[in-house]
Design a protein around this ligand. Structure first.
Ligand SMILES: Cc1cc2nc3c(=O)[nH]c(=O)nc-3n(C[C@H](O)[C@H](O)[C@H](O)COP(=O)(O)O)c2cc1C
Length: 222
């Protein structure tokens, strides 16, 4: 409670920070433009915004050494520390990923993996019927409580994006991350049938939707 109070007092002192994490190397692709649309809406109501395109950074695979749990930092020498600092500062995160093999692209998965021992810890576990059970993870207070906006794009048309687990697979991965960092999904945009991405001005319509979502989410986070 005290932590929440401190957090909201801190938020009153500064502009709302909205950070887009984009996992597509196509800078003019669908998810990059929809993430930009959400940011534009947030800027309209005074939020401070930034985009991290993961492909612009040196981001190595997690080695599973768990040194981060002991040292509270990752021992790999790359750009992850810089990215994670921005994640911690953000009030709202936009996770923007194209669907690759019914999941998020590897680079987004690496972004999640690298936070494992920093955003959450194994905690004490519980004793159930005399057995020690490592029940779930504890989320670090520094990362908890963010609003998350999900953006996904796939070539599968509706309803196959859902029935065949295409966009659903990628959304599930991003929702699991959100749950584990104790975030709240504030909205989502899924762009289907992207091979025919501009039929009847569909892209423009979705950019407008993204803008409206950005306005709404940022307003509610002020
Ligand atoms: C390696 C790779 C794997 C893909 N796998 C899928 C898939 O499993 N299902 C699907 O519907 N689309 C798949 N796609 C298509 C992309 O999701 C689609 O083109 C998306 O709109 C790309 O978004 P972007 O323009 O923001 O990069 C794949 C594309 C690539 C390059």
């Amino acid at each position: 409670m005290e932590a929440m109070k401190k957090k909201s007092e801190k938020n009153k002192e500064r502009a709302l920070k909205v950070l887009a994490i984009v996992a597509s190397a196509r800078k003019k692709g669908v998810v990059a433009s929809l993430a930009a649309g959400v940011l534009k809406g947030a800027e309209e109501v005074g939020a401070e915004t930034e985009t991290i395109n993961l492909y612009d950074y040196d981001l190595r695979y997690c080695r599973g050494c768990w040194a981060c749990e002991r040292k509270n930092r990752c021992v790999l020498d790359d750009d992850f520390g810089e990215i994670f600092e921005k994640v911690l500062e953000a009030d709202i995160l936009i996770l923007a990923a194209p669907v690759y093999w019914s999941n998020v692209p590897g680079i987004m998965k690496t972004f999640f993996d690298r936070q494992c021992g920093l955003a959450v810890n194994h905690g004490e576990g519980k004793t159930v019927f005399g057995m020690r059970v490592p029940l779930g993870f504890n989320t670090e207070e520094s990362v908890a409580g963010k609003k998350i906006v999900l953006v996904a794009a796939c070539t599968a048309p509706w309803p196959f994006n859902i029935l065949l687990d295409e966009s659903r697979g990628a959304l599930r991965a991003m929702k699991n991350y959100t749950r584990k960092i104790k975030g709240t999904i504030a909205g989502k945009i899924v762009y289907t049938d992207s091979r025919f991405e501009n039929v009847k001005g569909k892209r423009k319509r979705y950019e407008k939707k993204a803008y409206t979502l950005g306005l709404r989410v940022a307003r509610s986070g002020m």
